[in-house]
Write a protein that binds this ligand. Sequence first.
Ligand SMILES: [Zn+2]
Length: 286
Amino acid sequence: MTNKIHPTSPLTIIIFFAVIAILMGASLSTVSSPEPVKKVAETKITPPPPAKPPHAAKDKFYAPILMYHHISTTMSAGPYVIRPEIFEKQMAWLKDNKYHVITYAQFYGALTTKTDLPDKSVVLTFDDNDKDQYINALPILKKYGYSGIFYIPTAYVNVRGGVMTWDMLKDLVKNNMEIGAHSSTHPDLRVIPKKQLYDEELTGSKEALQKNLGIEIKFFAYPGGAHSKSIEQAVKDTGFLSAVTTFYTPDHTYDEDPYKISRIYVSNSMDEFADFIVGKNLYKSH
Ligand SMILES: [Zn+2]
């Protein structure tokens, strides 16, 4: 028992420092020799550089903006009507495939400040204030912790059936959803009188949302995707920062016009959905 060296005995400590001294001497002796040894040691302690998003380039960034309308169990399915169970599968797919659902404000921020978004960013947009979005999409969005932007034609709120009420819209805001304007009466903005365009469809919808929801409304969606140079200018004149179209590409450029932002259609087929996300075989409209 007395022959055993106790782990903390002075002898152990002396042996420990002796070993360290020998090792240091050995490494010092290699300093003047050519680099290979030193290089290996350095790469071991240097943390790897942060990963660059694969799609990020100097002038281009990948961030598909998905366009949803009805999320319905009853209407006939198509690009404007997605089944709730398919919608849930799509949200699960985004999660499983490591996509990041970002807000439109984040997208707009990246566009205007020319900064990178998280790798595989996606924006979810919902048009037309369909009540089934509240009933069928909101619970799924909450379940996944995702946010989307809802573009609202304001003239029909609390007037027509089948659309979200102001209370439902307030609930969306409370659940971290974004709200954008989608005009007042959803006309083809290119064919209406200028006064109606400015006062009712643009300023009117913006102010109705701001007054009833108590939030600033910065973003717009052209009804039917229909727009022109003068409509874009009117949207800008009335204080909107950006507007979405139904152009179709998942990629964006940093010099893209913020009043002509492309979106892509969705599908009830999961194979098509996966294709659309990367820009393959997109449904095309305007
Ligand atoms: Zn619409």
